[in-house]
Design a protein around this ligand. Structure first.
Ligand code: BEZ
Length: 218
């Protein structure tokens, strides 16, 4: 099959879409998307078990897992490897890195879930999933998507920051500026009319910079 033909077949969910449903075999038994209703979910893919960059990512993801849980957020991995392969790799990570991987990993042997989520980048690899991260909210909507190539390990602190930023937006109706970290001021929605713009400078409890940019504590 020509690559352009394959690219046309790849489904790519987008931010704001309902997360595609699945029921899949994992390292912890069968899991459905519905099982996560009411929780946030970081669904991520990795290229392959027993590979070095993926191993460092798994150790890093396990390190941030308790903080994610405190944010009502679960982690779910995916690759096209089998359940026995996931089990063997998880055991090897425990042996070599003294790290017990507590989150489940989908064994997507038939690529059903990977295709629904657009995790395979045919131009990069037709057999492995790229490093995709889908942040799915408690109403099962896709809120953010990150893609990294096979050769670059992801930044765990950015995954934490992203979930915190999205939840802060929902809780306080604000946006979060570049490099925002928890505790920093957030951005107030810009005025929607000239009348609102004229009044913005007088508003209490905000750091006014100009009519279109103000910040506040959250
Ligand atoms: C790795 O995890 O080390 C890796 C996996 C696939 C391609 C390149 C690197």
């Amino acid at each position: 099959m020509e690559q352009t033909e394959m690219n046309h077949q790849v489904q790519m969910p987008r931010i704001g879409d309902d997360a595609p449903t699945f029921n899949a075999a994992t390292s912890q038994g069968n899991i459905s998307l519905e099982d996560y209703k009411g929780k946030w979910l970081v669904l991520f893919s990795h290229p392959s078990d027993f590979t070095p960059v993926c191993t460092t990512e798994f150790v890093g993801l396990q390190e941030i897992y308790p903080e994610l849980k405190e944010m009502n957020t679960e982690l779910l991995g995916l690759s096209v490897d089998s359940v026995p392969s996931h089990i063997a790799w998880i055991r090897s990570i425990e042996e070599n890195f003294n790290t017990n991987i507590e989150f489940p990993v989908i064994a997507d042997l038939d690529k059903q879930v990977a295709m629904k989520y657009g995790m395979i980048m045919p131009g990069e690899s037709q057999v492995e999933t790229s490093r995709a991260v889908f942040v799915i909210d408690d109403k099962q909507k896709i809120r953010s998507i990150i893609y990294y190539p096979l050769t670059t390990g992801r930044n765990m602190q950015e995954i934490l920051r992203l979930v915190k930023a999205l939840q802060t937006t929902d809780e306080h109706g604000v946006s979060t500026p570049a490099d925002w970290q928890e505790g920093d001021k957030a951005v107030v929605s810009p005025p929607k009319s000239q009348e609102e713009a004229a009044k913005r400078a007088e508003e209490e409890g905000i750091e006014y910079i100009d009519w279109y940019i103000s910040k506040k504590d959250v």
